[in-house]
Design a protein around this ligand. Sequence first.
Ligand code: CTP
Length: 405
Amino acid sequence: MHDDVLTGKKIILGVTGGIAAFKATYLVRELVKRGAEVKIVMTPSATEFITPLTLSSLSGNPVIVNVFPPDQRAGTSLSTWHIDYALWADLMIIAPATVNSIAKIAHGFADNALTTLVLALRCPLVIAPAADVDMYENKLTRENIQKLEQLGHYLVLPEEGDLASGLKGKGRLADNSKIVDAAEIVLSGITKDLTAKKFLVTAGPTYEDIDPVRYIGNRSSGKMGYEIAKAAFLRGAEVTLISGPSHEIAYQEINLIKIRSAADMKKAVDKEVKNNDVLIMSAAVADFTPASVAGKKIKKENKLSSIALKETDDILASLNIKGKIIVGFALETDNELENARKKMSNKNLDMIVLNSLQNKKSGFEVDTNEVTILHKAGALVNFPLLSKFQTANKILTEILKIEYK
Ligand code: CTP
Protein backbone atom coordinates (compact mmCIF):
# COMPACT_ATOMS: atom_id res chain seq x y z
CA MET A 1 0.00 0.00 0.00
CA HIS A 2 1.11 3.54 -0.60
CA ASP A 3 0.36 6.49 1.69
CA ASP A 4 -2.86 8.25 0.78
CA VAL A 5 -3.02 11.89 1.86
CA LEU A 6 -6.73 11.49 2.65
CA THR A 7 -6.37 8.48 4.92
CA GLY A 8 -7.18 9.33 8.52
CA LYS A 9 -8.08 12.92 7.68
CA LYS A 10 -11.07 14.54 9.38
CA ILE A 11 -13.24 16.23 6.80
CA ILE A 12 -16.46 18.21 7.21
CA LEU A 13 -18.63 18.20 4.13
CA GLY A 14 -21.06 21.10 3.91
CA VAL A 15 -23.99 20.58 1.56
CA THR A 16 -26.17 23.49 0.47
CA GLY A 17 -29.50 23.56 -1.34
CA GLY A 18 -29.09 23.11 -5.04
CA ILE A 19 -29.97 20.31 -7.43
CA ALA A 20 -26.32 19.20 -7.44
CA ALA A 21 -26.75 18.24 -3.75
CA PHE A 22 -27.41 14.65 -4.85
CA LYS A 23 -23.81 14.46 -6.07
CA ALA A 24 -22.68 14.85 -2.44
CA THR A 25 -23.59 11.18 -1.93
CA TYR A 26 -20.84 10.08 -4.33
CA LEU A 27 -18.41 12.57 -2.85
CA VAL A 28 -18.92 11.20 0.68
CA ARG A 29 -18.43 7.69 -0.63
CA GLU A 30 -15.19 8.59 -2.36
CA LEU A 31 -13.81 10.41 0.71
CA VAL A 32 -14.74 7.50 2.98
CA LYS A 33 -13.26 4.99 0.51
CA ARG A 34 -10.00 6.94 0.59
CA GLY A 35 -9.90 6.54 4.38
CA ALA A 36 -11.18 9.95 5.52
CA GLU A 37 -13.59 10.41 8.42
CA VAL A 38 -16.48 12.54 7.21
CA LYS A 39 -19.00 14.60 9.18
CA ILE A 40 -21.76 16.41 7.37
CA VAL A 41 -23.48 19.73 7.90
CA MET A 42 -26.42 20.66 5.66
CA THR A 43 -28.39 23.83 5.16
CA PRO A 44 -32.15 23.44 5.65
CA SER A 45 -32.73 23.89 1.90
CA ALA A 46 -30.26 21.12 1.09
CA THR A 47 -32.65 18.73 2.86
CA GLU A 48 -35.23 19.49 0.14
CA PHE A 49 -32.93 17.80 -2.36
CA ILE A 50 -31.37 14.99 -0.33
CA THR A 51 -32.14 13.56 3.10
CA PRO A 52 -29.86 13.76 6.13
CA LEU A 53 -30.49 10.04 6.57
CA THR A 54 -28.83 9.26 3.23
CA LEU A 55 -25.73 11.29 4.08
CA SER A 56 -25.61 10.01 7.62
CA SER A 57 -25.74 6.41 6.36
CA LEU A 58 -22.95 7.00 3.87
CA SER A 59 -20.69 8.91 6.27
CA GLY A 60 -21.43 6.76 9.31
CA ASN A 61 -21.90 9.94 11.35
CA PRO A 62 -24.95 12.01 12.39
CA VAL A 63 -25.74 14.98 10.17
CA ILE A 64 -26.20 18.49 11.53
CA VAL A 65 -28.90 20.67 9.98
CA ASN A 66 -30.11 23.05 12.70
CA VAL A 67 -28.02 25.57 14.58
CA PHE A 68 -30.06 25.33 17.66
CA PRO A 69 -30.74 22.85 19.02
CA PRO A 70 -28.42 20.64 16.94
CA ASP A 71 -29.23 17.01 16.35
CA GLN A 72 -29.15 15.24 19.71
CA ARG A 73 -27.33 12.30 18.18
CA ALA A 74 -24.42 14.43 17.03
CA GLY A 75 -22.57 13.51 20.21
CA THR A 76 -21.34 17.02 20.80
CA SER A 77 -22.40 19.53 23.38
CA LEU A 78 -25.52 21.42 22.41
CA SER A 79 -24.30 24.96 22.64
CA THR A 80 -20.81 24.61 21.21
CA TRP A 81 -21.09 21.93 18.55
CA HIS A 82 -19.80 24.37 15.91
CA ILE A 83 -16.65 25.02 17.92
CA ASP A 84 -16.14 21.28 18.52
CA TYR A 85 -16.54 20.59 14.80
CA ALA A 86 -14.25 23.46 13.84
CA LEU A 87 -11.51 22.22 16.17
CA TRP A 88 -11.96 18.62 15.00
CA ALA A 89 -11.62 19.18 11.25
CA ASP A 90 -8.50 19.03 9.09
CA LEU A 91 -10.51 20.33 6.15
CA MET A 92 -13.97 21.53 5.25
CA ILE A 93 -15.44 21.14 1.79
CA ILE A 94 -18.67 22.84 0.69
CA ALA A 95 -20.11 21.04 -2.33
CA PRO A 96 -22.34 22.13 -3.84
CA ALA A 97 -22.10 25.74 -2.64
CA THR A 98 -25.09 27.78 -3.80
CA VAL A 99 -24.71 31.46 -4.69
CA ASN A 100 -26.76 32.25 -1.58
CA SER A 101 -24.35 30.40 0.73
CA ILE A 102 -21.38 31.90 -1.12
CA ALA A 103 -22.79 35.40 -0.58
CA LYS A 104 -23.36 34.72 3.10
CA ILE A 105 -19.88 33.30 3.63
CA ALA A 106 -18.28 36.18 1.72
CA HIS A 107 -20.03 38.61 4.07
CA GLY A 108 -19.61 36.79 7.37
CA PHE A 109 -23.20 35.76 8.00
CA ALA A 110 -23.92 33.08 10.58
CA ASP A 111 -27.62 32.41 10.05
CA ASN A 112 -27.62 28.63 9.77
CA ALA A 113 -25.55 25.69 11.01
CA LEU A 114 -23.26 25.69 7.98
CA THR A 115 -22.45 29.40 7.87
CA THR A 116 -22.03 29.49 11.66
CA LEU A 117 -19.50 26.66 11.46
CA VAL A 118 -17.60 28.34 8.60
CA LEU A 119 -16.96 31.40 10.78
CA ALA A 120 -15.46 29.21 13.49
CA LEU A 121 -13.17 27.17 11.20
CA ARG A 122 -9.44 26.97 11.77
CA CYS A 123 -8.79 24.56 8.90
CA PRO A 124 -8.68 25.24 5.15
CA LEU A 125 -11.93 25.50 3.24
CA VAL A 126 -12.58 24.13 -0.26
CA ILE A 127 -15.65 25.58 -1.96
CA ALA A 128 -17.26 24.11 -5.09
CA PRO A 129 -19.97 26.47 -6.39
CA ALA A 130 -22.90 25.27 -8.49
CA ALA A 131 -25.69 27.40 -9.95
CA ASP A 132 -27.60 28.10 -13.08
CA VAL A 133 -25.59 30.02 -15.64
CA ASP A 134 -27.10 33.48 -15.06
CA MET A 135 -26.91 33.19 -11.28
CA TYR A 136 -23.30 32.05 -11.56
CA GLU A 137 -22.32 34.75 -14.07
CA ASN A 138 -24.11 37.46 -12.06
CA LYS A 139 -21.75 40.30 -11.16
CA LEU A 140 -22.49 39.97 -7.45
CA THR A 141 -21.72 36.26 -7.49
CA ARG A 142 -18.46 36.89 -9.37
CA GLU A 143 -17.48 39.49 -6.75
CA ASN A 144 -18.38 37.16 -3.89
CA ILE A 145 -16.34 34.32 -5.38
CA GLN A 146 -13.41 36.67 -5.86
CA LYS A 147 -13.72 37.69 -2.23
CA LEU A 148 -13.64 34.05 -1.09
CA GLU A 149 -10.46 33.52 -3.11
CA GLN A 150 -8.91 36.64 -1.61
CA LEU A 151 -9.76 35.27 1.83
CA GLY A 152 -7.57 32.26 0.99
CA HIS A 153 -10.32 29.72 0.41
CA TYR A 154 -9.74 27.16 -2.35
CA LEU A 155 -12.35 27.40 -5.10
CA VAL A 156 -13.15 24.48 -7.39
CA LEU A 157 -14.93 26.35 -10.11
CA PRO A 158 -17.94 24.91 -11.96
CA GLU A 159 -17.81 23.49 -15.46
CA GLU A 160 -19.59 24.33 -18.68
CA GLY A 161 -22.33 21.99 -19.71
CA ASP A 162 -26.01 21.10 -19.57
CA LEU A 163 -27.76 22.57 -16.54
CA ALA A 164 -30.84 21.31 -14.69
CA SER A 165 -32.86 24.26 -16.06
CA GLY A 166 -32.30 23.09 -19.62
CA LEU A 167 -29.90 25.97 -20.27
CA LYS A 168 -26.31 25.39 -21.26
CA GLY A 169 -23.38 27.24 -19.77
CA LYS A 170 -21.06 27.57 -16.81
CA GLY A 171 -22.46 26.53 -13.46
CA ARG A 172 -22.42 22.74 -13.35
CA LEU A 173 -20.78 21.48 -10.16
CA ALA A 174 -17.20 20.40 -10.85
CA ASP A 175 -16.76 16.66 -11.10
CA ASN A 176 -16.30 14.97 -7.72
CA SER A 177 -12.83 13.80 -8.78
CA LYS A 178 -11.83 17.47 -9.12
CA ILE A 179 -13.13 18.24 -5.63
CA VAL A 180 -11.18 15.30 -4.20
CA ASP A 181 -8.05 16.45 -6.09
CA ALA A 182 -8.46 19.90 -4.52
CA ALA A 183 -8.84 18.32 -1.06
CA GLU A 184 -5.66 16.36 -1.65
CA ILE A 185 -3.71 19.43 -2.76
CA VAL A 186 -4.91 21.50 0.19
CA LEU A 187 -4.31 18.72 2.73
CA SER A 188 -0.79 18.23 1.34
CA GLY A 189 -0.11 21.85 2.25
CA ILE A 190 0.57 22.69 -1.39
CA THR A 191 -0.23 26.23 -2.40
CA LYS A 192 -0.59 27.81 -5.84
CA ASP A 193 3.18 27.96 -6.11
CA LEU A 194 3.26 27.69 -9.93
CA THR A 195 1.10 30.73 -10.62
CA ALA A 196 2.21 32.68 -13.72
CA LYS A 197 4.35 29.77 -14.93
CA LYS A 198 3.71 28.00 -18.20
CA PHE A 199 4.12 24.25 -18.38
CA LEU A 200 4.25 22.02 -21.45
CA VAL A 201 3.72 18.35 -20.62
CA THR A 202 3.70 15.35 -22.94
CA ALA A 203 1.90 12.12 -22.16
CA GLY A 204 0.96 8.73 -23.45
CA PRO A 205 2.25 6.40 -26.10
CA THR A 206 2.62 7.17 -29.78
CA TYR A 207 1.10 5.01 -32.48
CA GLU A 208 3.20 4.32 -35.54
CA ASP A 209 1.01 3.26 -38.44
CA ILE A 210 1.82 0.18 -40.46
CA ASP A 211 -1.24 0.39 -42.71
CA PRO A 212 -4.72 1.96 -42.35
CA VAL A 213 -5.74 -0.52 -39.62
CA ARG A 214 -2.57 -1.53 -37.81
CA TYR A 215 0.02 0.29 -35.79
CA ILE A 216 2.95 -0.23 -33.46
CA GLY A 217 2.21 1.15 -29.98
CA ASN A 218 3.40 0.69 -26.43
CA ARG A 219 1.86 0.04 -23.02
CA SER A 220 1.93 3.62 -21.74
CA SER A 221 -1.53 4.71 -20.49
CA GLY A 222 -0.64 8.40 -20.31
CA LYS A 223 -1.68 8.54 -16.65
CA MET A 224 1.62 9.95 -15.34
CA GLY A 225 1.66 12.84 -17.83
CA TYR A 226 -2.03 13.63 -17.23
CA GLU A 227 -1.43 13.69 -13.47
CA ILE A 228 1.55 16.04 -13.92
CA ALA A 229 -0.54 18.35 -16.11
CA LYS A 230 -3.37 18.30 -13.57
CA ALA A 231 -1.09 18.92 -10.59
CA ALA A 232 0.63 21.82 -12.38
CA PHE A 233 -2.77 23.35 -13.20
CA LEU A 234 -3.98 22.94 -9.61
CA ARG A 235 -0.82 24.67 -8.44
CA GLY A 236 -1.65 27.66 -10.58
CA ALA A 237 0.28 27.04 -13.80
CA GLU A 238 -1.01 27.55 -17.31
CA VAL A 239 -0.73 24.09 -18.83
CA THR A 240 -0.53 22.67 -22.35
CA LEU A 241 -0.69 18.90 -22.61
CA ILE A 242 0.41 17.11 -25.78
CA SER A 243 -1.02 13.63 -25.60
CA GLY A 244 -0.70 10.51 -27.67
CA PRO A 245 -3.68 8.13 -27.80
CA SER A 246 -4.90 7.76 -24.20
CA HIS A 247 -8.17 7.12 -22.35
CA GLU A 248 -7.27 9.60 -19.62
CA ILE A 249 -9.40 12.73 -19.34
CA ALA A 250 -7.82 16.15 -18.92
CA TYR A 251 -9.36 19.05 -17.02
CA GLN A 252 -11.30 21.42 -19.30
CA GLU A 253 -8.93 24.21 -18.31
CA ILE A 254 -5.89 22.40 -19.71
CA ASN A 255 -4.97 23.17 -23.30
CA LEU A 256 -5.03 19.63 -24.75
CA ILE A 257 -3.35 18.85 -28.05
CA LYS A 258 -4.02 15.31 -29.25
CA ILE A 259 -1.48 13.70 -31.56
CA ARG A 260 -0.84 10.17 -32.82
CA SER A 261 2.70 9.50 -33.96
CA ALA A 262 6.23 10.34 -32.76
CA ALA A 263 6.56 12.68 -35.75
CA ASP A 264 3.29 14.49 -34.78
CA MET A 265 4.55 14.80 -31.22
CA LYS A 266 7.86 16.27 -32.34
CA LYS A 267 6.06 18.83 -34.48
CA ALA A 268 3.75 19.82 -31.61
CA VAL A 269 6.55 20.04 -29.02
CA ASP A 270 8.78 22.10 -31.34
CA LYS A 271 5.91 24.53 -31.90
CA GLU A 272 4.75 24.82 -28.27
CA VAL A 273 8.01 24.72 -26.32
CA LYS A 274 8.90 28.33 -27.08
CA ASN A 275 5.70 29.56 -25.44
CA ASN A 276 6.40 27.75 -22.17
CA ASP A 277 8.83 27.98 -19.25
CA VAL A 278 9.07 24.26 -18.53
CA LEU A 279 8.86 21.13 -20.69
CA ILE A 280 8.17 17.79 -19.01
CA MET A 281 8.56 14.98 -21.51
CA SER A 282 6.76 12.08 -19.86
CA ALA A 283 5.46 10.57 -23.11
CA ALA A 284 6.65 7.14 -24.17
CA VAL A 285 7.70 8.15 -27.66
CA ALA A 286 8.36 5.37 -30.16
CA ASP A 287 12.01 5.00 -31.08
CA PHE A 288 11.19 3.26 -34.35
CA THR A 289 8.49 3.71 -36.95
CA PRO A 290 7.67 1.76 -40.13
CA ALA A 291 9.92 2.91 -42.99
CA SER A 292 6.76 3.41 -45.05
CA VAL A 293 3.02 3.25 -44.34
CA ALA A 294 1.04 0.94 -46.66
CA GLY A 295 -1.79 2.85 -48.32
CA LYS A 296 -4.11 -0.17 -48.16
CA LYS A 297 -4.62 -2.88 -45.58
CA ILE A 298 -1.84 -5.46 -45.90
CA LYS A 299 -3.58 -8.74 -46.81
CA LYS A 300 -2.73 -12.11 -45.33
CA GLU A 301 -1.78 -13.43 -48.74
CA ASN A 302 1.14 -10.96 -48.77
CA LYS A 303 2.82 -13.41 -46.34
CA LEU A 304 4.47 -10.52 -44.47
CA SER A 305 7.34 -11.76 -42.33
CA SER A 306 8.98 -8.50 -41.32
CA ILE A 307 8.36 -4.77 -41.28
CA ALA A 308 11.15 -2.41 -42.24
CA LEU A 309 11.63 0.24 -39.56
CA LYS A 310 13.45 3.53 -39.35
CA GLU A 311 14.49 5.49 -36.28
CA THR A 312 12.28 8.38 -35.16
CA ASP A 313 13.82 11.73 -34.29
CA ASP A 314 14.69 12.09 -30.64
CA ILE A 315 12.49 15.02 -29.60
CA LEU A 316 14.48 16.01 -26.51
CA ALA A 317 17.93 15.51 -28.04
CA SER A 318 17.04 17.59 -31.08
CA LEU A 319 15.51 20.51 -29.15
CA ASN A 320 17.21 23.69 -30.10
CA ILE A 321 16.05 26.07 -27.40
CA LYS A 322 17.58 27.98 -24.54
CA GLY A 323 16.22 29.47 -21.35
CA LYS A 324 13.72 26.71 -20.55
CA ILE A 325 13.69 24.03 -17.88
CA ILE A 326 13.70 20.66 -19.63
CA VAL A 327 12.74 17.51 -17.75
CA GLY A 328 12.89 14.00 -19.20
CA PHE A 329 11.90 10.55 -18.06
CA ALA A 330 13.91 7.37 -18.17
CA LEU A 331 12.57 3.89 -18.11
CA GLU A 332 15.35 1.45 -17.42
CA THR A 333 15.58 -2.21 -16.57
CA ASP A 334 19.28 -2.40 -15.71
CA ASN A 335 22.13 -0.06 -14.72
CA GLU A 336 19.28 2.31 -13.93
CA LEU A 337 21.15 5.23 -12.36
CA GLU A 338 24.04 5.14 -14.77
CA ASN A 339 21.76 5.00 -17.81
CA ALA A 340 19.52 7.76 -16.47
CA ARG A 341 22.54 10.01 -15.88
CA LYS A 342 23.77 9.31 -19.38
CA LYS A 343 20.35 10.17 -20.82
CA MET A 344 20.23 13.41 -18.83
CA SER A 345 23.58 14.50 -20.21
CA ASN A 346 23.03 13.27 -23.82
CA LYS A 347 19.67 15.01 -24.01
CA ASN A 348 20.90 18.09 -22.14
CA LEU A 349 18.21 17.90 -19.43
CA ASP A 350 17.95 19.83 -16.17
CA MET A 351 16.34 16.90 -14.42
CA ILE A 352 15.41 13.30 -15.17
CA VAL A 353 12.75 11.15 -13.53
CA LEU A 354 13.82 7.53 -13.33
CA ASN A 355 10.92 5.11 -13.37
CA SER A 356 11.57 1.94 -11.53
CA LEU A 357 10.14 -1.22 -12.99
CA GLN A 358 11.45 -3.26 -10.03
CA ASN A 359 8.19 -2.75 -8.18
CA LYS A 360 5.12 -4.28 -9.90
CA LYS A 361 2.99 -1.39 -8.63
CA SER A 362 5.17 1.07 -10.49
CA GLY A 363 5.21 1.96 -14.17
CA PHE A 364 2.69 1.06 -16.87
CA GLU A 365 -1.07 0.65 -16.44
CA VAL A 366 -1.11 1.19 -12.64
CA ASP A 367 -2.12 4.16 -10.52
CA THR A 368 1.06 4.21 -8.48
CA ASN A 369 4.68 4.91 -9.24
CA GLU A 370 8.06 4.73 -7.58
CA VAL A 371 10.60 7.16 -8.94
CA THR A 372 14.08 8.52 -8.37
CA ILE A 373 14.77 12.07 -9.45
CA LEU A 374 18.21 13.12 -10.63
CA HIS A 375 19.17 16.75 -11.02
CA LYS A 376 21.76 17.95 -13.52
CA ALA A 377 23.43 19.71 -10.59
CA GLY A 378 24.03 16.30 -8.98
CA ALA A 379 21.30 15.87 -6.37
CA LEU A 380 19.47 12.54 -6.27
CA VAL A 381 16.14 12.08 -4.50
CA ASN A 382 14.43 8.71 -3.96
CA PHE A 383 10.67 8.57 -3.45
CA PRO A 384 8.60 5.70 -2.07
CA LEU A 385 5.66 4.11 -3.89
CA LEU A 386 3.11 6.92 -4.26
CA SER A 387 -0.03 7.59 -6.27
CA LYS A 388 0.80 9.06 -9.68
CA PHE A 389 -0.81 12.33 -8.53
CA GLN A 390 1.47 12.48 -5.50
CA THR A 391 4.46 11.54 -7.65
CA ALA A 392 3.48 14.36 -10.02
CA ASN A 393 3.52 16.80 -7.12
CA LYS A 394 6.96 15.60 -5.99
CA ILE A 395 8.27 16.11 -9.53
CA LEU A 396 6.87 19.66 -9.62
CA THR A 397 8.38 20.47 -6.23
CA GLU A 398 11.77 19.25 -7.47
CA ILE A 399 11.42 21.44 -10.58
CA LEU A 400 10.89 24.45 -8.32
CA LYS A 401 14.36 23.79 -6.89
CA ILE A 402 15.91 24.39 -10.30
CA GLU A 403 16.94 27.95 -10.88
CA TYR A 404 15.23 29.56 -13.82
CA LYS A 405 17.84 30.23 -16.49
N1 CTP B 1 12.16 10.76 -25.93
C1 CTP B 1 12.13 11.72 -26.93
N2 CTP B 1 12.09 11.36 -28.24
C2 CTP B 1 12.13 10.06 -28.61
C3 CTP B 1 12.21 9.06 -27.59
C4 CTP B 1 12.22 9.46 -26.27
O1 CTP B 1 12.11 12.91 -26.61
N3 CTP B 1 12.08 9.74 -29.89
C5 CTP B 1 12.17 11.21 -24.53
C6 CTP B 1 11.14 10.54 -23.65
O2 CTP B 1 9.92 11.26 -23.64
C7 CTP B 1 11.81 10.57 -22.29
C8 CTP B 1 13.28 10.47 -22.61
O3 CTP B 1 13.42 10.84 -23.99
O4 CTP B 1 11.59 11.78 -21.61
C9 CTP B 1 13.87 9.10 -22.43
O5 CTP B 1 13.09 8.13 -23.10
P1 CTP B 1 13.47 6.59 -23.05
O6 CTP B 1 12.54 5.82 -23.89
O7 CTP B 1 13.72 6.16 -21.63
O8 CTP B 1 14.93 6.61 -23.70
P2 CTP B 1 15.42 6.53 -25.16
O9 CTP B 1 16.15 7.82 -25.46
O10 CTP B 1 14.34 6.15 -26.10
O11 CTP B 1 16.56 5.40 -25.04
P3 CTP B 1 16.40 3.80 -24.83
O12 CTP B 1 15.11 3.41 -25.47
O13 CTP B 1 17.60 3.28 -25.51
O14 CTP B 1 16.45 3.58 -23.35
